[in-house]
Design a protein around this ligand. Structure first.
Ligand code: ARG
Length: 565
């Protein structure tokens, strides 16, 4: 926000280089209550540097700023350890509405990244297994982060690191050759492949020879035996077709599907490098990298039978990604339970002397629960995510039929609302929190839901349609103050995007759109927007700005906004 910038500049002059302008700008917040002012600067960091109390610093600075006589920032006040600034309301309202009208969905864009590349490892489900709730979380969080990074001027590369290699494929081929049906796999690949896998394990309990057969087939696969490769490819294609249905529903595309198998021929060079750098040591017959100095357990690189591991592949993948893209940042959106793995990955790469290892960031998240328990795909019993999404869309359609049966684009709207509900429900909580899965909750039009925000936006759009005048935006003047809470929300959007980027946290934006929607609905309840008087233009301009920002906020979450609901 330009006032935050202006405020930061004033503060920077007062602080004279003790904190950089960028640091100051990052610290600026919104005071808890509107009557406390519009911008707050916390003095705690300064207090540490100056070894003075934050309260004292705040008092001192507020007096100095007050004597400056600024036209945009009218008043300064020390509140505890904060210096709060009050804007010139009518000037600010006019300026912000002009800015949003002019910039439209570019509002909040900031070219921090200068088109540098950020790779994002997201979704990454396992072939021939159901797409789990964890993979849904990764998909939705990763996609939103990619949109947020782009809004901050980075170029992003979304990589779906498919789990498409491992001994389980030997078992699967064995099972398919014994009991499989081409027809069934084609009809319902995930269900069928999972059933084969489960069958294999049941049968292997009484018939251990099957395990050996599975190992044989995996060996053939590793040695590029034509039949093994053909079956593996086919399992992969069929699974992908099914995953893509989910991605289509969610409106998500990837730049790469290079999964685990892609790195089969890229691991030996990295193992060789580890050896050259004398980082590889033997431990119980296996090859490991010791990470004592990073206070981590050793990272397993090769098992005693020479087999490579998950970490070996990720080492190769990280290097490959950097070779290809020279990323500044490389995000891995993967469940919290893999934290140790990513710490080890980063530590090994740092030991190898790769400076770019610094850019590797694991973005962890909590679990999806149902009635407080982990959602499991019990033996053979699968909750197919595609069904969950379809249910949600179905429910959304039912709601529309009840509430607005004459709506023109019922199907498109139900799609947007049904998927939006699921995405929003995931993103509105800080990602580390476990979340409870409840379709009914997600789809409520009241409360903290995606449909609530979508509905608010549709309401704004409807007003604009009804007004049917083109908005002039010439003179924006408000007499009262009902609009001020909405104006301040509108102003907060750019910092919100920055915060979401800084913390890799889409929930910042989800919470923001809820706040904006609430502020707008309150305004809508208090003011007759279409009343003919001098302020009508200004009010319409406000409604238009709200809709622009709500849509852009939703877009950054990966959610579409219906025009009407
Ligand atoms: N397929 C893995 C799983 O389902 C996630 C992969 C995450 N990405 C990575 N580069 N390790 O647990």
């Amino acid at each position: 926000m330009k006032y935050a910038k202006k405020y930061s500049e004033l503060l920077a002059q007062e602080f004279n280089g003790i904190l950089s302008l960028e640091d100051i700008e990052r610290l600026i917040e919104k005071p808890k209550f509107l009557q406390q002012g519009d911008l707050a600067f916390p003095c705690f960091q300064m207090a540490k540097i100056l070894r003075k109390s934050p309260v004292e610093i705040a008092k001192d600075i507020s007096l100095k700023l007050q004597s400056r006589n600024e036209s945009d920032l009218e008043r300064f006040e020390a509140v505890g350890g904060y210096v709060n600034a009050f804007l010139n309301k009518s000037k600010a309202a006019a300026e912000i509405l002009h800015e949003i009208t002019e910039k439209k969905n570019q509002y909040g864009y900031r070219n921090l990244g200068r088109q540098q590349i950020v790779t994002i490892d997201l979704s990454s489900p396992n072939i021939a297994k159901p797409f789990s709730m964890g993979h849904l979380r990764s998909t939705v969080i990763g996609n939103s982060l990619s949109l947020i990074y782009e809004k901050c001027g980075f170029k992003t590369i979304k990589i779906n690191h498919l789990g498409d290699w491992g001994t389980q494929f030997g078992k699967l081929i064995t099972a398919y050759k014994l009991w499989g049906s081409e027809q069934k796999v084609k009809e319902s690949p995930i269900k069928e492949l999972l059933a084969l896998y489960v069958n294999f394990h049941e049968a292997a309990e009484t018939n251990p020879a099957l395990e050996q057969e599975g190992r044989n087939w995996f060996r053939r696969l590793e040695n590029a035996d034509a039949e093994a490769i053909e079956l593996w490819k086919w399992f992969k294609e069929e699974s992908l077709k099914e995953f893509k249905k989910i991605y289509d529903l969610l409106g998500i595309e990837f730049d790469s599907y290079a999964g685990e198998a892609f790195y089969n021929d890229k691991m030996e060079p990295i193992v060789e490098m580890l050896r050259e750098k004398e980082l590889l040591v033997e431990s119980d017959g296996a090859m490991v990298v010791q990470l004592e100095d990073a206070a981590l357990p050793p990272c397993l690189i090769k098992k005693s039978d020479g087999a490579t591991l998950y970490a070996t592949r990720d080492l190769a993948a990280a290097k490959y990604r950097n070779d290809q893209h020279s990323f500044v940042t490389s995000l891995y959106v993967v469940g919290n339970e893999q934290s140790l793995h990513f710490k080890q990955l980063k530590a090994v790469l740092a030991k190898m002397g790769f400076e770019w290892a610094d850019g590797i960031i694991h973005v962890p998240f909590g679990m999806m629960l149902k009635d407080g328990k982990k959602m499991s795909t019990r033996k053979g019993k699968v909750v197919l995510l595609e069904d969950v999404l379809k249910n949600s869309i179905e429910l959304a359609k039912k709601n529309i039929e009840e509430k607005n049966p004459l709506l023109a684009d019922k199907k498109e709207t139900a799609d947007m609302v049904g998927t939006g509900a699921i995405i929003f429900h995931d993103l509105k909580n800080f990602r580390m929190n476990d979340i409870d899965f409840s379709l009914e909750e997600m789809l409520k039009v009241e409360g903290e839901t995606g449909p609530y925000v979508q509905y608010t936006n549709a309401r704004a759009k409807t007003i604009l349609r009804k007004a049917a005048t083109s908005i002039t935006h010439e003179e924006i003047k408000f007499e009262g103050s009902a609009e001020w809470p909405v104006i301040t929300e509108l102003m907060a959007f750019p910092e919100t995007v920055m915060r979401a980027y800084d913390k890799n946290d889409p929930s910042q934006i989800a919470k923001y759109v809820l706040d904006l929607a609430q502020a707008f609905n309150k305004y809508y309840g208090e003011v007759r927007i279409l009343k003919e008087n001098d302020e009508k233009d200004a009010r319409l301009s406000l409604v238009n700005a709200v809709s622009i920002v709500l849509e852009e906020g939703l877009r950054l979450l990966g959610i579409q906004a219906p025009k009407e609901m």
